[in-house]
Design a protein around this ligand. Structure first.
Ligand SMILES: *Cc1c(COP(=O)(O)O)cnc(C)c1O
Length: 302
């Protein structure tokens, strides 16, 4: 599968290079060149597929022949080893619980999948790659856990001082080995800015990648749980609307990709807190970024 820079100012590249570099040379996101809907047969029979089989059907076209089928299935088994329960709230409303992974963040799925892909691509060389990640709390923990002990990969996490919870700070700072956490005197956006600055230096950027949801191996696997929700809800024969709590809008982007693959989702609601730069942009087309304000939903303070 080829990936192109969304600004079309960089050469196309394959899945491997998109994962290893994280972002295109023109510093714009990589996106898959083609999205082929999955067969209707798959959707009609989805209840007969296991979670692992669904994940494989969903992700295989985006990896192509760059990881052998059996290896890709192993990576999926190592990624999906916890449940994604749908808990009923009332007649027409349920909560898709994405906090049953090792660090209680939905990012556990994308972080582990990406770590295992990088490990596979690094298997036969001695090059080291550094994953640089900015976190408002959840991403750092999931990335630290997902990448712990991954051969050939060092992880550096930047987190805002006093802005992550006590548990999150422990998740970031206590693992050791190939995980380094740096406490930044500032807010999440300052951390994100430092990451962007590092990527601007061509010499440094050569050995860096990102595990934020700009990386295709981080956000594409997040499609899986939309399919799992559909599998559970299918027999009700109702139209599906997903409301997705959003910060960088990576998770909802994965949902929209799932829809492009044929998943029958009628509508998405991109829910934000008071940090509403993106909804404002969608209303009037003017991008007016402003400093984030801290809230209790800190993963959405972007
Ligand atoms: C990461 C995260 C978000 C934001 O997700 P995006 O993909 O950045 O939109 C929202 N809520 C929780 C709990 C998170 O961990």
């Amino acid at each position: 599968m080829n990936y192109y820079s969304l600004n079309h100012n960089s050469p196309k590249t394959n899945f491997k290079n998109a994962v290893i570099s994280g972002i295109a040379p023109d510093r714009v996101l990589y996106f898959p060149e083609k999205i082929s809907p999955i067969s209707t047969d798959f959707f009609e029979n989805i209840e007969k597929y296991s979670h692992h089989e669904i994940a494989f059907e969903v992700i295989k076209q985006f990896v192509g022949d760059e990881i052998p089928e059996e290896k890709l299935k192993d990576i999926i088994s190592e990624t999906i080893f916890f449940d994604f329960p749908l808990v009923k709230i009332d007649e027409n409303c349920a909560s898709l619980e994405l906090f049953h992974g090792p660090t209680m963040a939905f990012k556990d799925v994308g972080a582990k999948f990406m770590a295992k892909c990088l490990e596979y691509f690094n298997e036969n060389n001695n090059e080291e790659v550094t994953v640089l990640v900015a976190t408002s709390g959840d991403t750092g923990g999931a990335v630290a856990n997902g990448f712990l002990g991954t051969k050939g990969v060092n992880v550096v996490i930047l987190y805002p001082s006093g802005k992550v919870s006590d548990i999150q700070e422990k998740q970031l700072t206590t693992l050791g080995q190939n995980i380094t956490a740096l406490e930044v005197n500032g807010v999440f956006d300052d951390c994100q800015e430092m990451v962007k600055t590092a990527f601007l230096d061509a010499e440094i950027a050569r050995k860096l990648t990102s595990a934020n949801s700009i990386n295709v191996a981080r956000w594409l696997p997040q499609m899986f749980y939309y399919f799992y929700a559909f599998k559970t809800l299918k027999s009700l024969n109702k139209e599906l609307v997903f409301s997705v709590p959003s910060g960088n809008f990576g998770n909802i982007c994965a949902g929209i990709m799932a829809q492009k693959l044929g998943l029958p989702i009628k509508h998405f609601v991109a829910a934000t807190n008071i940090n509403d730069t993106v909804p404002n942009y969608l209303i009037d087309g003017k991008y007016a970024p402003k400093p984030s304000k801290p809230t209790i939903s800190n993963a959405m303070d972007v």
